[in-house]
Every structure is written in structure tokens, then in C-alpha cells.
Write a protein that binds this ligand. Structure first.
Ligand code: NAD
Length: 510
């Protein structure tokens, strides 16, 4: 049985669901296994919800929706501030949970909690975010005003690689807008989401406003087809994002589905090579490359590759791979054994197709680390060409490929021909080149001498092309827009000086 397959019974402690403001265990049905990726040991089971459990969570959210929608902006804001305070106090504990199930290093886990926290801080400004417009006297004695109102019950489906941050991209904004929420986190590292729900409850969130159901495709499909779910936010791989978008919209839901990525970092010959090498290593190997904004491909323009590749290799030799809980570790293991083997398969294929291995991480097991951990060392491939699977596919591991191109136009052509359009960066000292790049590159998030340009909480996150299905990006003002619908009221009050009369003409302003 593969590591992703569901075991029939529970092993060890079981991660249950969070429904109606309490932890909910369900005995019967399927369970998945949760691993410590640094040791390869099973540390817990997670119950995999069937449609009945999903229906219980949606039912709880539906019952809570009227009261939450009617809660004053002051009350909602107070609960959000209290949640923010609890997150600040509990960030270390949350990071420990992430490290134990995801494997990333503690500092990196703290970073993801911090970026999620910033979305909560953004959501604390909800009274201002939900303001509408008002126009006095659009016609004689007539005023018009606009409102944004919540959708009702909305759901979020999230990936394994940011078990706290990506859920925090979604539910604080949705709940601030007056919706109730059902979250389906990744079954591979489910515990952080449950803890977030518990903390929100402690902050005073009424029961049922936030529910967490654990599960796999069965739970996702139950949400996508549930008649009481008004909208779906999804973050994960492109094939599943496409499925979520087509199925959700076919069931009349509003859907934003963020998919996978293959991010390019273009380095021009005038770039500061030391800075570019630091950036490539940080963005290529942080979180073992398991980030949708990781740099997967360095596009070396002109002769810069001859200086850049040795500089990257020199820095890679100093990276400390090890268990995430050890303070010295800079890069942890991969999420599962199957994923580790898949990443190794891509490197094997790249080598067979003619890429040059500059640094080989295939046999790396850190000193003193349990051999059963899902280890894979940082790997650098030079002379990668666009036809190779190591270039075309999202590997989602610590593998950096270098594609060499003769000049700037070929670099732009390469990036724009790629089906993904999540993030990209240009490294150059030439402001004109950078300006031209941000104008002509077909990618949603662009860095200028910044390798991981994840927008801050008051902008919005989202890619183009196969990296996002739907129109709206997550969090920031676009998040508020996604989780609300507009209404415009045209109003006239009795005026003793005005005589009403029948008028069959189309209303025009007078
Ligand atoms: P995944 O697509 O396997 O899983 C994402 C979610 O979908 C999980 O909750 C999972 O349970 C569910 N799911 C899995 N298979 C399903 C199926 N057949 N039907 C319905 N639901 C299913 O992704 P992952 O491996 O957890 O995460 C890594 C992927 O997420 C990478 O492709 C990465 O680029 C992407 N990602 C994208 C962003 C972004 O913002 N664009 C951010 C983070 C991660």
C-alpha cells in the first residue's frame, strides 16, 4: 500500500474533525496515516470524512450563518483581534506542529505562521474593507448606495505545503466578511488547521462559524457538489485545481482555484552574481523546494551562467540538511517517501536526457538523522533544455535547473511559453530592463531582484494561466471581493413637496 493510500483502521492518536465548535471523532470509515517526515514513522491517523461527515460540517456552518452575518462589525472585529493575539502567543506551538507533520525547519514554519498572521491583521480592518459607496441625489430625491454582503457557507481546500498559512489566506477574510466556513486541509499534515480552529473558538468565534473536516478526494467532491456551499477557495496542484474549478462551477458555485507552478528566475549579465546566487539558493531550496513560489529554473542570460553556476554550487555545499526541529537545520526532508522517489525519478530522467549534474542530492542522508526519513539533498542541474521533463513538470522538490539562453528576448519567450504563470523574478542592475520585464512577462507575481515575490496581505496572491482557474486572487481586497456579493440600493423617501404619478417610461435621472 502506498503512503497516500488510506488505511482501514486508525493507528495511534487520531486527528478528528472540528465541527460545531468542538473536536469530533468518528470511529467508522477510512483513515489516513500522518508521518514524521524526518523519521519516516507514522505518528497519527487522520479520519477521512465521507459525505455524511461533510454534510454535518456544512449543516453546522449553515445554522451559524444567520447569526454571524447579523453580528455587528464591532463584534466581528473584536473576535478577529482576539484571534490575532492568540496566534501571536501560540506561534511557536503552531510552528512545532507544522515541523512535526510537514518536516520544514522551525524558522521556516514560524515564517509561514507570520505570513498567515498578517492576513488576520488585514482582516481586523474589516469595517473599512466592507464599506460601500453612497451617492446623494442621483435623481430628484433619489439616493443610491452599494453594499457588499456575505455569500453564506463557503469552503476552503488546502495543500500540504503550508498547513497554516494557506488556510489563513482564506478563512479569516471569509469570516470577517460575515460568511461561515468549512475548511478541508491536506490529509498529510492536518493538525495545524484543527489547532487554528480551536484558537479561533477560544477567541470568541461562535460555534459553527469555522468547521474543519479532514479527508481526501471523497470529502472534496462532497463539498464541490453540496447544495449549501456557495463558494470554494482551492489551493493545490494544477490537475486538481482544474477539477475543482470545473466541478464547482458546474454546481453553480463561485470558485477560485490556485494551481501549481514552475517559477523562473531570469539573471541578466549585469546582475550582481553573489546576490543572484544567494537568491537562487534561498528560493530554490527553502522548504526543500516544496513551495508554489519556489524558484525551479534559473534562466542564465548570455555568459552569466559561467559565473553563476559555480557561485550557486559553492553556496549549496554549505547548506545544512537535517530534521526541522534541530536549530541548525536549514532544509528538512520531503513530505512522503513516494514524493522523494518521484523527485529522484525526475533527476534520473534529466540526467538521461543530457542535463549536467553539478550537485547531486539523490543519496543525501544527513549525519545522525534517522535513515527512514524522506531525505533528498539539494540538487543542481546545468544545461537543462525546455524539452526535458525536469524542465516541463512541476517537481516540487529541492532541484534547481539552469537553462542558458543567449539574450533577454529568448528569456522572456521561454517564461511566456510556459503553461504556468505563478511567480517569476528578474535579477539585473538595469532599471529599464526590469521595467520592460514586468510589463511583458505573463506571470501573476513578479519580483525585481526579489526571488519570492509573495504579495503582502493587503495586496492579493494569485498566478496566471494554469496557476489559477477563476478570476479572483486570494486575500487582500480581491479576497474580500470573492467572499462577498455586491448589491446596489436605489432609495426614495416620501417628500411632502413631491407628487407621485404613474410613469411607464424607463427610469432616467432628472
Ligand atoms: P494536491 O493537489 O495533491 O492537494 C490539494 C488538496 O486537494 C488537498 O486538500 C487534497 O486532499 C485534495 N485532493 C487531492 N487529490 C484530490 C482529488 N483527486 N480530488 C479532489 N481533491 C483532491 O496538492 P498538494 O500535493 O497537497 O500540494 C502541492 C501542490 O500545491 C503543488 O502543485 C503546489 O504548486 C500547489 N500550491 C499552489 C499554491 C498557489 O498559491 N498557487 C500554493 C501552495 C501550493
Amino acid at each position: 500500500m502506498s503512503q497516500h493510500a488510506a488505511a482501514t483502521g486508525a493507528i495511534g492518536p487520531t486527528v478528528g474533525h472540528w465541527i460545531d465548535g468542538r473536536s469530533t471523532q468518528v470511529e467508522q470509515g477510512r483513515h489516513g496515516r500522518v508521518f514524521d517526515p524526518a523519521s519516516g514513522e507514522v505518528t497519527a491517523s487522520v479520519h477521512l470524512a465521507d459525505p455524511t461527515v461533510v454534510d454535518r460540517a456544512v449543516g453546522s456552518a449553515r445554522r451559524a450563518a444567520q447569526e454571524w452575518r447579523a453580528a455587528t462589525l464591532t463584534r466581528r472585529t473584536q473576535v478577529m483581534f482576539a484571534f490575532r493575539e492568540l496566534l501571536v502567543r501560540r506561534r511557536d506551538e503552531l510552528a512545532d506542529i507544522i515541523v512535526s507533520e510537514h518536516g520544514k525547519v522551525h524558522a521556516d514554519a514560524l515564517g509561514e505562521v507570520q505570513r498567515g498572521l498578517e492576513v488576520v491583521e488585514f482582516a481586523c480592518g474589516l469595517p473599512d474593507l466592507l464599506k460601500g459607496g453612497f451617492s446623494e441625489n442621483v435623481s430628484g430625491g433619489v439616493d443610491s448606495y452599494s453594499l457588499r454582503q456575505p455569500l453564506g457557507v463557503v469552503a476552503g481546500i488546502t495543500p500540504f505545503n503550508f498547513p497554516a498559512m494557506v488556510p489563513l489566506w482564506m478563512f479569516p477574510v471569509a469570516i470577517a466578511c460575515g460568511n461561515t466556513f468549512v475548511l478541508k486541509p491536506s490529509e498529510r499534515d492536518p493538525s495545524a488547521a484543527s489547532r487554528l480552529a480551536e484558537l479561533f473558538s477560544e477567541a470568541g468565534l461562535p460555534d459553527g462559524v469555522l468547521n474543519v473536516v479532514n479527508g481526501d478526494a471523497e470529502a472534496v467532491d462532497a463539498l464541490l457538489t453540496h447544495p449549501d456551499v456557495a463558494a470554494i477557495s482551492f489551493v493545490g496542484s494544477t490537475p486538481i485545481a482544474r477539477h475543482v474549478f470545473t466541478t464547482g462551477t458546474a454546481h453553480d458555485k463561485r470558485v477560485q482555484a490556485l494551481g501549481g507552478a514552475k517559477n523562473h528566475m531570469v539573471v541578466l549579465p549585469d546582475a550582481d552574481v553573489a546576490e543572484a546566487a544567494d537568491a537562487a539558493v534561498s528560493a530554490g531550496f527553502g522548504s526543500a523546494g516544496e513551495r508554489c513560489m519556489a524558484i525551479a529554473t534559473v534562466v542564465a542570460v548570455g555568459d552569466v551562467g559561467d559565473r553563476l553556476v559555480p557561485a550557486i554550487a559553492e553556496r549549496m555545499a554549505k547548506l545544512r540538511v537535517g530534521p526541522g526541529r534541530l536549530p541548525d537545520s536549514e532544509m528538512g526532508p520531503l513530505i512522503t517517501e513516494a514524493h522523494r522517489d518521484r523527485v529522484a525519478g525526475y533527476v534520473d530522467a534529466g540526467v538521461a536526457e543530457g542535463a549536467e549534474v553539478v550537485v547531486d542530492g539523490r543519496e543525501v542522508v544527513p549525519d545522525g538523522a534517522p535513515a527512514g526519513g524522506f531525505w533528498f539533498g539539494p540538487t543542481l542541474l546545468d544545461h537543462v533544455s525546455p524539452g526535458m521533463s525536469v524542465y516541463t513538470d512541476e517537481i516540487f522538490g529541492p532541484v534547481l535547473g539552469v537553462v542558458r539562453v543567449p539574450s533577454y528576448p529568448e528569456a522572456v519567450e521561454l517564461v511566456n511559453a510556459n503553461p504556468y504563470g505563478n511567480g517569476t523574478a528578474i535579477f539585473t542592475a538595469d532599471g529599464g530592463a526590469a521595467r520592460r520585464f514586468q510589463h511583458e512577462i505573463e506571470v501573476g507575481m513578479v519580483g525585481v531582484n526579489v526571488p519570492i515575490p509573495v504579495p503582502v496581505a493587503y495586496y492579493s496572491f494569485g498566478g496566471w494561466k494554469s496557476s489559477l482557474f477563476g478570476d479572483t486572487h486570494v486575500y487582500g481586497r480581491e479576497g474580500v471581493h470573492f467572499y462577498t456579493r455586491g448589491k446596489v440600493v436605489t432609495s426614495r423617501w416620501p417628500d411632502p413637496a413631491r407628487r407621485s404619478q404613474v410613469d411607464l417610461g424607463f427610469p432616467t435621472s432628472r
